[in-house]
Ligand binder design. Structure first.
Ligand code: ADP
Ligand code: MG
Length: 688
C-alpha cells in the first residue's frame, strides 16, 4: 500500500467540488510568470513552494505573503526557490503557486484521519501555525449529524472567539457548520482519502476561506472486509452442569492443580482428566475426556500448547459445546503460534465447539460456583461483570475486591480471542440477569464499529465503564499531518466510548466507583442539576467547590422551596443550595428537608447528602431517612457519610440498598462528573 500527498492545488480543486471556498491560484515555473500572475490576479498575492518533499511549507521558508508588486513577485520567486534548496537539497521543486491573498480571519483547522479500529474521524479546532501549541481540538467518528457538528464547534475552548469576544463581532457560525458538513461528506465519499488538514480555514463575519489543504490519499482502498457470519453463543454455555479439567494435576505448583482446586466448589459434576492418575484432589480422574461416561458441558484445557489440537479434537468428538483454553503459546508467540492457533480453531469449528481463549484465565461466575482460573482466591458473588484483556489485571482486581467487599456476577479473561471475542462477552453479560454494571479493561479493539454497535445497545440498560490502556503518545508513529499529531488513537477511543454510552475511567478504583454509582436501577441522573443537603457548613462550601470543578451544576432553590424550609429550619439557615441544616441537625430535620425536596422534584436531578457523625445523629438513622427519601423520588441520591468507623452501619445499610455511598467528598463529585461527561459532555478536569 502506498500513500501520497496531493499538492495544495489538487487539494483545492478537490475541495472546491464540495463548495469549500478556496483562493484563486495559478502555478508558475519562472519569476517572470509569477510577476505576470500577480498582475493578472490583482495584488496582493501569496506565493508558495510546490514540492512533494516539503510538507510544512512555512518551515522551509516556502510561503511569502503580502506580495504587492511585480518586483516583489520576482524577488519572492528566487527567495522561495533558494530557501527550499537550502532546506532540503534533495527536494523536487515542481513550481510555485501564486494565489490570491485572503483577508485575515479567525484561523481554524478542520482535519480528518483514519483510525485503524474506528475508521474515519473528523477533527476541528483552533488552527494556524500554532495548532500543536494550542491543542484546542475536538473530534468525532464519522458519520456525524448536524447537531454533532454544532456541538463540536461549541466544544472548543476558543468558542467565544467565534461568538464574538470582548467587542469583536460574531463570526459566521452557520457557514462553518455548513463547511464542516460538506467536508465530512467529502471525506466519506472519497474512499481513497485517508487523512487531511485544512489549516487554516479563515472564518469571517460573513463567509470563510480555506488557505491551505493537505490531502493524503492511498492507492489501496481498504474494503470493509465482509465479516464471517458468526452464530451467537447461547447463554446456557455459561451455565454448565458439568465441567472437565484436562491436564488436572495433583502437584500444587502446576496450573492444572490450581484450576481444579478453584473448581472444587462447583456444585455440578467435576471431572479431572489426566492419563497418569486415577484420582486427583479427591476426585475420580479419567484418562481422556472421551472416557467420561456422561455429557460434559465445559472443558478447561491446561495441557501444553503442542497437545491442545489433539485435546480439542477429543472434546469435539465428545460433543463438548465450549472449551476454555488456559494454555499460552499461540498467536501471542508469533507465526508458529499463530499457525497452531489456526489449527485449533479449525478443529473446534469442525465440531461446532466454541473457544474461550487461548492464553487466558477463563471465566469466573461466582453466583454459579464456576472459577476456571488460577486466581489465589475466588471472588464473591455480586452484580458487577468484569471483562479484561489482561489476565494480570484480573488477578489484581479479584484480590482487591475481596478486601473491599465487592462482588462479581462474572469475571472474564478474553485472552487471544481466537473464537469468542470481547463483543460476545459484552452481549452475554448484557443479557445476564445477575449483572447490573459492566467494567471493561481494554488494550485494543480490532472491530471498532462492531464494538460501538454492541456496547451502545447494552449501555442502554446497564452502565458500562471502561479503562483503556495506552494513553501515552509514545509508540504511536509520527504523523504527517497536524490532525494525525493532534489526536491520537486514545482520543478516538474516548470519543467512541462517549458516543456509545460508555464511561471512560483511568483507574481501577475509579471504575468500581463509577460502576457503583450507576448500578442502581435509577441509572443515570436525567440532568446535571444537583442539590446538596448537609449538616456541616465546611462541607457545604467544599461541595460547591467540587461541584464546579467536576461539572455538576448547583441548582438555585425556588422561592417556594425556601419558604417551605423556613417553616422548620432555624431562622439563620443559609437559605441557599448547598442546604446547610447546621451542626445540630437531627435525622428528623433531614427527613423534613427530604420531604420538601421530594415534593419539588422538577428543579433538581440528583441530591448529594453529606453527613458527618455527631451526638444528635447516628449514621444508621440518617441512612434510613435517605432510603425513605429515595423511595419518594425518581431523582438520583448519592450519599457521602464522612467520618471513620462510626459511619459504617449507615454505609452498610445504604450499600445493601444500592444507594452509592462514598467516603470522600471530592471523589463523590468527581465520579458524578465523569458520569456526566458521558451523558452531557461535561468537560471536567478530574481524571477518575
Ligand atoms: P504551511 O505548509 O506552512 O502550513 P500554509 O499554506 O498554511 O503553509 O501557509 C502558511 C500561512 O500563511 C497560513 O497559515 C496563512 O496564515 C498564510 N497564508 C497562506 N496562504 C494564504 C492566502 N492565500 N491568503 C492569506 N494568507 C495565507
Ligand atoms: Mg497550513
Amino acid at each position: 500500500m502506498s500513500q501520497k500527498m496531493l499538492s495544495e492545488a489538487e487539494g483545492y480543486d478537490m475541495l472546491r467540488k464540495y463548495d469549500l471556498p478556496v483562493p484563486e491560484y495559478q502555478i508558475v515555473k519562472s519569476g517572470e510568470d509569477a510577476a505576470h500572475a500577480c498582475e493578472k490576479m490583482g495584488c496582493p498575492v501569496v506565493m508558495k513552494i510546490i514540492s512533494p518533499q516539503i510538507v510544512h511549507k512555512s518551515d522551509a521558508g516556502g510561503v511569502i505573503v503580502g506580495i504587492g508588486s511585480r518586483k516583489a513577485a520576482l524577488s519572492a520567486f528566487t527567495k522561495i526557490i533558494d530557501g527550499a534548496k537550502a532546506y532540503d537539497p534533495a527536494a523536487q521543486i515542481e513550481g510555485i503557486m501564486v494565489e490570491q491573498q485572503a483577508e485575515p480571519g479567525l484561523e481554524l483547522i478542520i482535519g480528518g484521519k483514519t483510525d485503524p479500529a474506528f475508521g474515519k474521524v473528523i477533527t476541528f479546532g483552533m488552527g494556524g501555525t500554532m495548532v500543536e501549541l494550542m491543542k484546542d481540538v475536538t473530534l468525532r467518528i464519522l458519520p456525524v449529524t448536524e447537531d454533532e457538528i454544532r456541538q463540536m464547534i461549541r466544544e472548543i475552548d476558543a468558542y467565544p472567539l467565534i461568538t464574538g469576544y470582548r467587542g469583536s463581532k460574531p463570526r459566521d457560525e452557520e457557514e462553518l457548520v455548513k463547511i464542516i458538513g460538506n467536508i465530512c461528506r467529502f471525506f466519506m465519499e472519497n474512499e481513497n482519502v485517508v487523512e487531511f488538514d485544512i489549516n487554516p480555514l479563515r472564518l469571517y463575519e460573513k463567509g470563510a476561506c480555506a488557505v491551505d489543504a493537505r490531502i493524503i490519499v492511498t492507492d489501496k482502498v481498504q474494503t470493509t472486509e465482509t465479516k464471517e457470519e458468526r452464530t451467537p453463543v447461547p447463554m446456557e454455555y455459561f451455565n454448565p452442569r458439568s465441567i472437565a479439567v484436562i491436564g488436572a494435576s495433583q502437584e500444587s505448583t502446576k496450573m492444572g492443580y490450581a484450576v481444579l482446586h478453584n473448581l472444587l466448589h462447583f456444585p455440578g459434576q467435576l471431572y479431572p482428566v489426566n492419563n497418569k492418575r486415577s484420582e486427583i484432589q479427591g476426585l475420580k480422574a479419567y484418562p481422556t475426556i472421551t472416557a467420561i461416561p456422561a455429557p460434559v458441558d465445559l472443558a478447561v484445557i491446561t495441557v501444553p500448547a503442542i497437545h491442545v489440537p489433539r485435546v480439542v479434537e477429543e472434546c469435539g468428538q465428545k460433543g463438548v459445546p465450549m472449551v476454555v483454553i488456559i494454555t499460552a503459546g499461540f498467536k501471542e508467540m508469533g507465526d508458529d503460534g499463530k499457525a497452531l492457533e489456526d489449527r485449533v480453531k479449525a478443529i473446534a469449528k469442525g465440531h461446532g465447539t466454541r473457544i474461550i481463549g487461548p492464553n487466558c484465565l477463563g471465566i469466573i461466575v461466582p453466583p454459579r460456583g464456576i472459577d476456571t482460573t488460577y486466581v489465589h482466591q475466588s471472588p464473591r458473588p455480586g452484580n458487577i461483570a468484569f471483562i479484561s484483556q489482561s489476565g494480570a489485571i484480573i488477578n489484581t482486581v479479584v484480590d482487591l475486591s475481596l478486601a473491599q467487599g465487592i462482588g462479581f456476577s462474572n469475571v472474564i479473561s478474553v485472552g487471544n480471542q481466537a473464537d469468542l471475542d470481547f463483543l460476545d462477552y459484552i452481549r452475554y453479560v448484557g443479557k445476564d440477569e445477575k449483572t447490573k454494571a459492566i467494567i471493561l479493561y481494554i488494550e485494543q479493539i480490532t472491530d471498532g464499529k462492531g464494538f460501538m454497535e454492541v456496547v451502545s445497545e447494552v449501555a442502554k440498560t446497564k452502565p458500562v465503564v471502561a479503562i483503556k490502556s495506552g494513553s501515552s503518545k509514545k509508540g504511536e508513529h509520527a504523523a504527517s499531518s497536524h490532525t494525525g499529531s493532534l489526536s491520537g488513537s486514545y482520543d478516538v477511543y474516548m470519543e467512541a466510548f462517549r458516543k456509545s454510552g460508555v464511561i471512560a475511567v483511568h483507574t481501577l478504583t475509579g471504575a468500581f466507583l463509577a460502576a457503583q454509582m450507576l448500578a442502581h436501577p435509577k441509572g443515570f441522573p436525567k440532568g446535571k442539576r444537583a442539590v446538596v443537603i448537609t449538616n456541616a457548613g465546611g462541607f457545604a462550601v467544599l461541595s460547591s467547590d467540587y461541584a464546579e470543578r467536576y461539572g455538576v451544576e448547583i441548582a438555585d432553590l425556588p422561592r417556594e422551596v425556601i419558604e417551605e424550609l423556613n417553616e422548620f429550619l432555624p431562622d439563620f439557615w443559609n437559605k441557599g443550595n448547598p442546604i446547610d441544616l447546621l451542626g445540630d441537625a437531627t435525622d428528623k430535620r433531614f427527613e423534613k428537608t427530604f420531604e420538601v425536596l421530594a415534593r419539588h422534584p422538577e428543579f433538581w436531578d440528583m441530591a448529594f447528602i453529606v453527613g458527618f457523625p455527631n451526638l444528635v445523629l447516628t449514621s444508621e438513622n440518617l441512612a434510613k431517612k435517605i432510603l425513605n427519601f429515595s423511595a419518594m423520588t425518581n431523582n438520583r441520591l448519592i450519599a457521602t457519610l464522612l467520618g471513620g468507623d462510626s459511619m459504617n452501619p449507615g454505609r452498610e445499610l445504604l450499600k445493601e440498598n444500592m444507594i452509592p455511598g462514598f467516603e470522600e467528598l471530592d471523589f463523590t463529585f468527581r465520579v458524578m462528573g465523569r458520569v456526566l461527561w458521558q451523558k452531557f459532555r461535561v468537560k471536567a478536569p478530574g481524571l477518575l
